[in-house]
Design a protein around this ligand. Structure first.
Ligand SMILES: Nc1ncnc2c1ncn2[C@@H]1O[C@H](COP(=O)(O)OP(=O)(O)OP(=O)(O)O)[C@@H](O)[C@H]1O
Length: 522
């Protein structure tokens, strides 16, 4: 863990003083954080006037369209990884943005559909410079907490419709997040951006992103609420089909999301049957330069592919690995790679990820069809060039559901004859992952098979999970990991460095108080 680096979040968590407890929406009040709102200090910039939005309650994209058509404020970005030829005159960009936002948006009740046609790139996004409180009432209700802070509820004053509000500290990284999210959010399986505001609080410039509210919450919370009981293959196929459609759309226009995980999959409703799954949080999204591989470390360790942990160059296929991890978790209730000691990350876990060593333990996986397990194997291939591409995945029977899933388990998969239990094999010293003792390593199954060498692949029985070692519950690890990430996130761009006074650093506090004591004694 100590060797890993993650991108710094140059976002802030506005200290609203509001309790993290979710409050009932009936207790809406102006959030104190926003009561002190004032105009940005850049006075020579064209300022958006409050828009006269004709609001259609069930179609948030109408607001987006109106926002776009009304937009007069576009910020040019100077992102080092952007191609020069994409920086065009603001008015031209604006026109193109308006065209893209005015497109008919597919009916969100459809499970999947044709993604909108390709959209042009831009280095700008339309934003309001007026106080958000002109148009929205900010509630004290916290609807989610992430690395960048709280996501709050807000209500459009005109009609009381509920939205989610994400507050980002203004900076190159958050502008990239908003830009890439804005450009892609017309896809029905990507969370829609409704409005963007640029406001300043206590001298800190912020981007306030109003998002469509997904009342079903994030998939991790939802999954765990029902006890992390594995979902059926059909249900997982539905989720992967929809999120895969979003990823396909992103990859088509050369954007890697780089943080596909259960927390970033949002559910439009609490009702399973009508739920549409949407990809959110573009905090790590990146468009690699043409013919260039990405290098900046990113991702969340659970979902991070070997090439990221090894700090090698990587491409969009990192999203495919993460999709494989999502699929695995939803079908079993635990992640394929985890620390034997319940830690958020360990050298042993890193070694298993980099060598692609994971199991399909019988208890949960015997009832899962071989073809589905094969899809996971092809997603969790350590060699990114052999990994299933999104186009391949969207064509598989698992997604298209053209073939029957219930293929009986074949014990020969694990190299065992019928009725025979897997015999523990142990890593030799060379292969023992650091941080996990040899005793921690038993029964299992098989290494992922390269699609290219599939025909002649010998299935090696490898061992790594002791039957009694229960996969840790996701949330407890997640919380621990978030704490670790909070301390560790470093980026290739802007860093937000706390002052010594606000750092809460124990050593600093001790030295300061001993220094004070010395001064007092003197
Ligand atoms: N549009 C939305 N509707 C409902 N809940 C949302 C919405 N957006 C975010 N949330 C909730 O807030 C949480 C954090 O949101 P998000 O992932 O965007 O923030 P983040 O700070 O970028 O998180 P991360 O820790 O993944 O970097 C989500 O996991 C989800 O529970």
């Amino acid at each position: 863990m100590t060797e890993m680096m993650f991108e710094m979040d140059d976002m802030i968590s506005p200290d609203t003083g509001v309790s993290v407890t979710t409050l009932s929406s009936s207790r809406i009040s102006e959030n104190p954080f926003f009561s002190d709102i004032h105009q940005p200090h850049v006075s020579d910039r064209t300022v958006n006037q409050p828009m006269d939005i004709e609001f259609a309650p069930d179609t948030p994209t109408t607001v987006q369209r109106n926002l776009c058509l009304d937009a007069t404020s576009n910020m040019e970005l100077d992102l080092s990884d952007e191609d020069d030829d994409e920086v065009t005159a603001i008015t031209e960009e604006q026109k193109r943005l308006c065209v893209c936002a005015s497109r008919a948006v597919p009916d969100s009740t459809q499970e999947t559909g044709q993604p909108p046609s390709k959209i042009p790139f831009s280095t700008t996004f339309p934003s309001h410079l007026t106080p958000i409180t002109d148009d929205y009432q900010i509630a004290t209700e916290i609807i989610g907490i992430g690395e960048s802070g709280k996501v709050m509820a807000c209500y459009l004053k005109k009609n009381g419709q509920k939205f989610a509000l994400k507050v980002l500290r203004d900076g190159a990284k958050s502008r990239r997040e908003v830009q890439l999210h804005f450009l892609t959010c017309n896809h029905e399986n990507i969370v829609s951006i409704i409005d963007i505001y640029e406001n300043t609080f206590d001298g800190v410039k912020c981007l306030l992103v109003v998002l469509e509210y997904c009342e079903g919450g994030d998939l991790l919370t939802r999954f765990e609420k029902q006890g992390s009981e594995p979902y059926s293959e059909e249900k997982v196929a539905k989720i992967i089909r929809q999120i895969g459609s979003a990823v396909q759309y992103l990859h088509d226009i050369n954007i890697a999301h780089r943080d596909v995980k259960l927390e970033n999959i949002l559910c439009t409703t609490v009702d399973d049957e009508h739920c549409v799954y949407k990809l959110g949080d573009f905090g790590f999204a990146k468009r690699p330069e043409r013919n260039h591989l990405m290098e900046s470390p990113c991702c969340t360790p659970f979902y991070a592919p070997p090439e990221i942990l090894n700090r090698s160059s990587y491409d969009k296929s990192c999203d495919m690995w993460s999709l494989g991890v999502v699929m695995y978790i939803l079908l079993s209730g635990y992640p394929p790679f985890y620390s034997m000691k319940g830690l958020p990350f360990s050298p042993g876990m890193q070694q298993r990820i980099t060598t692609g060593l994971y199991a399909f333990p019988h208890e949960e996986w015997d009832t899962i069809s071989d073809s589905t397990k094969d899809e996971i194997r092809h997603l969790l291939l350590t060699n990114p060039s052999e990994r299933t591409t999104i186009d391949d995945l969207m064509d598989t029977p698992f997604i298209t559901r053209q073939k029957c899933l219930s293929i009986p388990y074949n014990s020969s998969d694990s190299g065992l004859s019928e009725g025979e239990s897997p015999q523990p094999q142990y890593f030799d010293k060379e292969h023992t992952p650091d941080g996990d003792t040899v005793e921690d390593m038993p029964p299992t199954i098989r290494m992922p098979i390269s699609r290219k060498s599939e025909a002649k692949a010998t299935i090696s029985a490898r061992t790594f999970i002791k039957p009694i070692v229960k996969a840790p519950r996701l949330h407890s690890i997640q919380e621990e990991m978030n704490r670790a990430l909070d301390m560790m996130r470093l980026g290739d761009e802007t860093c937000y460095i706390k002052t010594l006074q606000s750092s809460g650093n124990n050593l600093f506090e001790r030295r300061r108080s001993s220094n004070l004591n010395l001064q007092t004694q003197a």
